[in-house]
Design a protein around this ligand. Structure first.
Ligand SMILES: [Zn+2]
Length: 698
């Protein structure tokens, strides 16, 4: 390739790479694979190495380059970067409106522009002749720090604005003909815009997971990580963080009349702007948008902490002027806070599926980010030490993104003197085995492989079909809840709040609401399903039904059935009672008897009672079933059910079950490897049916 051809090839490569960058980082569309993009970049960088004279400032290769800085240069803002005053309630918005209305002509028709208030870092970007020149932090509003090299690593920030023709077409498409025409005549050589650098929730989570692997504590919120990342002296560190950028202010006068137009122009220039911003004309509409976005907040890909409400007429906005550093014409309408103060009422120990003992703070219930939170993991004893936390302390609880609620700070000045120190227990609180520490003395573990805390199987059974049958919960969620220390046993499920579930992976506000609702709906449960849910050995669905009826009859429970009553009568159980239960037999009877004699199980029942579980009596056996007065005998093994289940199915249909064949037997059900009964039945003329026939009859 001759030099001229190389130059053309480089230009084409840059354009192509930029096209994919724009699609992916601004429009959120993936047009080609990472591998293809990488090979395009590789070819470009190889050519540039050979011909450094062709390197331009907008080349993708220029995003990450240069040596780490010693310190940042200061840079003065052409127009001060303002901050916003906050509004926390609808009343605050009414008051704000009253204030600005008085300052504007009485004929003024005020529209508002509502946009996400990103929880990131505000920055200013300056372009010279279309090329990205200087990027700076807000600083004190007048003077910021030059972080250009770091900002170049952010792919959502264009190194070069769109070409004039592209901008012109885009503006026409948005209906901004006048602005398009005037820009076509004269495009300003210097252009400044502002926006927010932020870290997406996904990236944030990834960073925290990596920290966890290294044994480091997770960061509390993405904003701090974003702010820390753009202020790295080594831009390679910034590049690794995959930051994002949204533009929201056009500083240079391009003829824009409204704030809405600023967004449209920014988009036409090639910046990423938020697509869900909304122009409204009444305060009621503002409240509607605020409510809607607050509900969507958890499912957004990044953190926001409210809405920015801006007077949409730039002339009015100017006229309203400033109070201190904040413009009167805009206000931050905050969502309910993601950091609040509450008290640690207790610290309990959760034993996880892997046997790790995790201290968990039981909190005085408090709303964080709009959802109720009652507990927060304290991770390990080192973290308690680091926080200096005592039981009874007033603490700051933070909740951000996918991070579960965290105790981020203790306020020791608010102590009364009654606070208590916390000690990790020497024994596993679940099974009593002496605990072991890891070599660093941080992780405490129950070494007992058979520790009941480790068996999540009971929990799966409890929520499963035929038992509590809770919709929308599966083993995956159960595992997460156990891992995060949110539940220890099935009874804890009924105390879960939306705020406990929402921060877990992929559970937004809506779905966590549904899960909590699904659990609460099952607080009323049929007695037989309840008995089945307990997971007593040998108690299948059918046996549970027989047992429920037996209990109801023997202890006269039908009228005042409750878990408490069940606990009471279980005191009077004798082994003989159970062994004599019709259709149950001594083996199963002993299993049931043993279960109710185990103190741990009674404690579990009490916990379920306190959680509000109500039992509903089972209907008595209907005299008329399909099998009324029909006598069944089984021989061989059945495929679809145990003998016991088959027996109970027959009984539940009003039939009778016998072990031996007689001339009175109506049906012999034959399973695999039938015994001598088969011959006998034939001799006696008893009807022989297969398992399939039996199932059909059912
Ligand atoms: Zn244990």
């Amino acid at each position: 390739m001759n030099k001229e051809k190389v130059k053309i090839r480089i230009e084409k490569l840059k354009k192509e790479i930029n096209k994919y960058r724009y699609a992916y980082h601004v429009l959120n569309q993936s047009l080609i694979s990472d591998e293809v993009l990488d090979s395009l970049k590789k070819e470009l960088s190889d050519l540039e190495k050979q011909y450094p004279e062709f390197i331009t400032p907008d080349s993708p290769s220029q995003r990450v380059e240069g040596k780490p800085l010693k310190k940042f240069k200061k840079t003065e803002h052409s127009v001060p970067m303002f901050s916003l005053n906050d509004a926390f309630s609808e009343q605050d918005i009414y008051d704000w409106y009253d204030r600005i209305k008085k300052l504007l002509p009485s004929s003024a028709k005020i529209n508002f522009y509502c946009e996400h208030k990103f929880d990131g870092l505000a920055i200013a970007l300056e372009y010279e002749n279309g090329f990205f020149k200087i990027g700076s932090t807000r600083g004190d509003g007048k003077v910021g720090e030059d972080i250009t090299q770091n900002l170049k690593t952010i792919e959502a920030i264009p190194l070069k604005l769109f070409d004039k023709k592209e901008i012109f077409d885009a503006l026409l498409k948005e209906g901004l003909r006048d602005i398009a025409k005037s820009l076509e005549k004269e495009f300003p050589s210097h252009l400044e815009i502002r926006g927010e650098v932020l870290l997406g929730k996904k990236e944030f989570k990834k960073i925290n997971e990596e920290r966890k692997k290294k044994g480091l504590l997770p960061y509390a919120n993405p904003r701090n990580v974003a702010a820390g990342s753009v202020r790295q002296l080594d831009s390679k560190i910034t590049a690794a963080r995959n930051l994002d950028f949204y533009a929201y202010e056009l500083v240079t006068d391009l003829g824009q009349k409204t704030h809405e137009q600023e967004h449209l122009i920014l988009k036409a220039l090639g910046f990423k702007t938020h697509s869900e911003n909304k122009k409204v004309s009444t305060l009621e509409e503002i409240f509607e948008v605020h409510k809607r976005i607050q509900e969507q907040r958890d499912s957004l890909p990044y953190e926001i902490d409210g809405l920015v409400i801006i007077v949409n007429n730039n002339e009015y906005f100017e006229e309203l002027g400033f109070v201190g550093k904040a413009p009167r014409g805009a206000i931050a309408f905050k969502f309910s806070p993601s950091e609040v103060i509450t008290q640690v009422e207790n610290i309990i120990i959760q034993v996880g599926r892997t046997g790790i003992l995790t201290p968990v703070a039981i909190l005085k219930p408090v709303k964080v980010s709009g959802v109720m939170v009652t507990r927060a993991t304290l991770h390990n004893k080192e973290e308690i030490k680091r926080l200096g936390l005592k039981i009874g302390d007033t603490v700051i609880i933070s909740r951000a993104g996918d991070v579960i609620p965290q105790v981020t700070k203790v306020l020791p000045n608010l102590r009364t003197g009654k606070e208590k120190n916390f000690q990790m227990p020497k024994k596993c609180p679940v099974c009593g085995t002496l605990t072991e520490e890891d070599e660093r003395g941080i992780i405490v573990r129950c070494p007992n492989k058979n520790c009941p805390a480790r068996s999540q199987e009971n929990l799966y059974h409890f929520i499963g079909k035929g038992a509590f049958d809770i919709k929308g919960i599966g083993p995956k969620l159960i595992n997460r809840l156990l891992d995060e220390g949110l539940i220890q046993d099935a009874a804890d499920l009924f105390n879960l709040k939306e705020g406990d579930i929402a921060p877990l992976e992929r559970y937004g506000a809506k779905s966590s609401q549904n899960i909590v609702l699904a659990i609460q709906l099952k607080k009323k449960i049929l007695f037989n399903q309840f008995l089945f849910a307990l997971g007593i050995i040998h108690i299948g669905e059918e046996t549970a039904l027989v047992l429920a009826r037996y209990f109801q009859k023997k202890f006269n429970l039908s009228k005042n059935l409750s878990i408490q009553k069940l606990i009471q009568v279980s005191n009077n159980f004798t082994k003989e009672d159970f062994e004599k239960i019709p259709m149950i037999g001594p083996k199963i009877g002993q299993s049931i008897y043993g279960w109710f004699k185990d103190k741990k199980n009674i404690l579990f029942l009490e916990k379920l009672y306190k959680a509000g579980i109500q039992l509903m009596p089972v209907k008595e056996i209907e005299k008329k079933g399909k099998f009324t007065n029909q006598i069944f005998v089984i021989t061989g093994a059945l495929d679809s059910m145990s003998r016991e289940e088959a027996k109970n199915k027959i009984l539940n249909q009003g039939g009778k079950f016998q072990e031996t064949i007689s001339s009175k037997t109506n049906y012999l059900i034959t399973g695999k490897n039938p015994g001598s009964k088969y011959e006998k039945a034939k001799n006696l003329g008893v009807k022989v049916i297969s398992e399939k026939d039996f199932l059909k009859m059912l």
